[in-house]
Design a protein around this ligand. Structure first.
Ligand SMILES: [Ca+2]
Ligand SMILES: [Ca+2]
Length: 255
């Protein structure tokens, strides 16, 4: 967030290119102390409305699997559909996929709430928790960990490490063109415009559920495509405090 000043006002803008600028005006050179207080009190409700609209526009797509599988499905050589478990997640419920061990790689497939226009998630971390469970010794293999498809492009992401056996592990894939995303596994990184175009019309989102050659089970919890509203509120609260302090200093100088 940047703060600009001119002779009569301060203008605060949030520099997100994918959403309209958030602009709040606070008069800082009133004629009298009384006028300063009135001007600020009239501005707060308007600013609050902008803040509320901003939070709503960035509504998060989240799956914590509290009561069911939330529409997630499974593809690949799956032994069964994505299975919901009410306990044992990170915490609470989660979903899992058993490997049929017939070749191929199993993936979790995201439901509709993670698709469509997700442009508000640009430049935010896409986060999720994975766990793999396999018997015996490890025989791990590498593969694409995230497929993000949209606007005629397939973006892929390879996380650095597979999750340890039977341990929930948190992952974060920043949704920017410089974070390690590749086009179709073979080409280079997407441009900023390609990244934003994909996020503007997501048609498929898949997360890898298999990391082990032979029998294994992949589990998923806490998928978060955009920051939770509570995070936005914290940031906005910080901005409000800054504005209140500045206003207070202005009033003290005017008194
Ligand atoms: Ca959970
Ligand atoms: Ca396997």
């Amino acid at each position: 967030m940047t703060i600009l000043q001119n002779r009569n006002k301060q203008v605060v803008r949030r520099p997100y290119t994918s959403t309209p600028n958030l602009t709040i005006t606070i008069h800082t050179q009133p004629k009298t102390h009384h006028m300063t207080t009135t001007s600020f009190s009239q501005t707060i409700p308007l600013a609050a409305a902008f803040f509320a609209a901003s939070v709503l526009s960035a509504a998060a797509a989240i799956s914590t699997f509290d009561i069911d599988a939330e529409g997630w499905s499974a593809v690949g050589d799956i032994a069964s559909p994505a299975t919901f478990s009410a306990a044992g997640g990170n915490p609470g419920g989660y979903i899992s996929i058993d490997d049929a061990v017939t070749g191929g790689t199993t993936y979790f497939v995201a439901p509709a709430k993670f698709l469509g226009d997700q442009s508000a998630s640009y430049a935010t971390p896409f986060t999720f928790d994975l766990r793999q469970s396999y018997p015996g010794a490890g025989d791990q293999f590498d593969n694409v960990d995230i497929f993000l498809v949209g606007a005629g492009l397939t973006l892929v992401f390879d996380t650095a490490l597979n999750p340890p056996n039977n341990v929930w592990t948190s992952y974060s894939a920043p949704l920017t063109e410089t974070a390690g995303w590749r086009i179709d596994s073979l080409s280079g990184a997407p441009s900023q415009a390609q990244m934003q175009n994909v996020l503007g019309n997501v048609t498929s989102l898949r997360l890898r559920a298999e990391f082990q050659t032979g029998s294994d089970t992949g589990s998923l919890d806490n998928v978060n495509l955009v920051p939770e509203p509570s995070c936005s509120i914290l940031l906005l609260s910080g901005a409000f405090l800054t504005l209140l302090r500045r206003s207070s200093r202005v009033r003290e100088r005017s008194a």
